[in-house]
Design a protein around this ligand. Structure first.
Ligand code: ASP
Length: 330
């Protein structure tokens, strides 16, 4: 029997209706109670580490989850983390960097309807997550709606549909069908190398979603507030405005001040390429780091993580030129 650890953190799956709306109220034993006989198929250990709506899961909680995962890596065949869906893609991405080369599957899951609801999707999601956790394929994954994706490629795309997550710019790692959990080997993340817990993060990272005419002085404000990194979701394949309101000269000032600027696209699918247009090339000339086909969640958390590892911007750039956990296509 595979030894599976269930770490619970809250979220809708564990929520109950209160006077103030849904709030986490069930612990892991209650969750496993609803799984009926399923826990008998696994040697299950349950640990409640948080009871939070995932809107309240922040870098401090990421570190706690990462530490629990890291410390359990040699005692279990797989780890399931139940988590709210709202920020699950951020947690899945940041864990991919913090516990890189984890030797076992770590599978995040949750639900759109509480486990106590008669129509809950939580049971299916937990079952899929347990199956992936028992699969022997290492990496950080997200299981939802009978599909498994790389944690660092997942994006929450629906507020209520059971298919709440998409695997962006990367095929699904596994699907549940008549053949059971069917793994797609070529979609699995890179493996190998020692697993070291690297949980230092820089929290001074800001995300700018560009809007036409955005005032470039936003950069002055961010520098005054001691932000060390910015991710820009730019237009299309890679464009930002430089007439009348000149963002390019602010990129120059940001680079001079030692701020790391990563540029991505606000299009969800396919890759940005800032070399394509003049507007993008001007940004590249100021030393911005390309995010290529990374999701915003993966880019923001990678920048927080990279700036937590080093103050040297060339080292940050080098980390972005590599795919650490499958977060970008190379
Ligand atoms: N607000 C909830 C959370 O993220 C939503 C969910 O779990 O589906 O914790």
């Amino acid at each position: 029997m595979k030894r599976i650890l269930l770490l619970t953190t809250g979220g809708t799956i564990a929520s109950r209706l209160t006077d103030e709306g849904l709030a986490p109220g069930l612990d892991g034993d209650a969750l496993s109670h609803y799984l009926g006989g399923l826990p008998d198929s696994y040697d299950l250990t349950v640990r409640d580490i948080l009871h939070l709506d995932s809107s309240n899961i922040q870098p401090e909680e990421w570190r706690l989850i990462a530490r629990n995962v890291f410390e359990a890596r040699n005692s279990f065949d797989g780890i399931v983390v139940s988590h709210g869906t709202d920020t699950m893609a951020y947690t899945a991405s940041v864990l991919s960097y913090m516990v890189r080369n984890i030797p076992v599957p770590v599978v995040l899951t949750g639900a759109q309807l509480p486990i106590e609801h008669p129509l809950t999707d939580g049971l299916d999601n937990l079952r899929t997550a347990f199956a992936m956790a028992a699969s022997g394929h290492p990496g950080v994954f997200l299981a939802f709606d009978r599909r498994v994706m790389l944690g660092c490629r997942a994006v929450k795309t629906h507020t209520t549909a059971f298919g709440a997550f998409d695997s962006v710019n990367w095929p699904l790692v596994a699907q549940v069908n008549g053949a059971g959990l069917t793994i797609r080997e070529e979609a699995l993340p890179p493996v190998g190398g020692p697993c070291v817990l690297r949980d230092q993060l820089c929290e001074q990272v800001f995300l700018i979603k560009l809007t036409p005419g955005l005032d470039p002085e936003i950069f002055d404000m961010l520098l005054r507030m001691h932000y060390r990194g910015v991710v820009i979701e730019a237009f299309g394949a890679g464009g930002l405005h430089f007439i009348r309101r000149n963002l390019i000269e602010k990129l120059h000032a940001a680079a001079q001040a030692g701020m790391a600027v990563v540029v991505c696209s606000q299009c969800l699918y396919e890759s940005s390429n800032f070399a394509l247009y003049q507007a993008g090339q001007k940004a590249l000339a100021e030393g911005v780091i390309q995010g290529w086909d990374m999701t915003t969640e993966a880019a923001v958390t990678k920048l927080m993580w990279a700036l937590g590892q080093t103050k040297d911007l060339e080292e940050v750039r080098a980390l972005f030129e590599r795919s650490l956990a499958g977060e970008r296509s190379v």
